[in-house]
Write a protein that binds this ligand. Structure first.
Ligand SMILES: [Zn+2]
Length: 217
């Protein structure tokens, strides 16, 4: 399968990445963040590959058979079991060498707030202790920005829109929202990606409470 690839697959790292994808998917599934087989997770394997959840899999009950190992330049033309959202993962790995794991989820607060704030193009959070869950944030006073891009069923085009939007966001930024859709966040490894997702989801839940209470952000 990988005969034409310029890099050879590190087998041991691949087996470990598959285990991490299964654990991340079950974790997201247990929290109700990937309803109706939505959402997807991936883990980088060396320089040239990633392990990703296959299309349509129930994340809460994911098994290693539901995980694909593909080169970072794979497309649905070459790998038909790739999820429609795979370009959003693979483009991040290609663009940012320190991205080790990517999680895409659909928590209610992410879908709802991203649609409400689509025109502003970003959500800002400040004053919340949980913001320190993001790498480099050391105080509740720091401002955390989460960009919002419009939704697009053409996910290759969406990945390009995300890349150009991310280039304009000041660090630290480890995620983005797609309007009316969900959250994508990443980290240097699976543990950090998980912590960043938990931080953003909690910040979004707090912002949603503010919105309900009529409090200005
Ligand atoms: Zn999605």
């Amino acid at each position: 399968v990988f005969a034409s690839s310029e890099l050879s697959l590190p087998r041991e790292a691949a087996a470990h990445a598959i285990e991490e994808v299964v654990a991340l998917a079950r974790w997201a599934g247990a929290r109700g963040w990937v309803p109706a087989t939505s959402g997807n997770v991936s883990v980088r394997i060396g320089e040239g590959f990633a392990a990703l959840t296959a299309t349509g899999a129930d994340k809460a009950a994911l098994t290693p058979d539901d995980v694909l190992v593909v080169p970072l330049h794979a497309t649905r033309a070459t790998e038909p079991r790739l999820s429609a959202e795979a370009p959003l993962h693979l483009s991040l790995y290609r663009a940012q060498p320190d991205v080790g794991a990517v999680v895409h989820v659909h928590p209610t607060a992410a879908a709802w707030l991203s649609r409400r704030r689509a025109r502003e193009g970003a959500l800002g959070f400040q004053g919340w202790e949980i913001g320190k869950g993001l790498r480099g944030i050391t105080t509740h006073e720091a401002r955390v920005m989460l960009p919002v891009v419009p939704n697009d069923q053409d996910t290759e085009r969406l990945a390009l829109a995300v890349a150009s939007r991310l280039a304009t966001v000041p660090p630290p930024c480890f995620g983005y929202l797609v309007a009316g859709h969900g959250l994508t966040a990443w980290g240097r490894n699976a543990a950090e990606a998980r912590r960043h997702v938990e931080t953003y989801v909690e910040l979004l839940a707090l912002a949603l409470e503010d919105e309900r209470a009529g409090v200005e952000p």
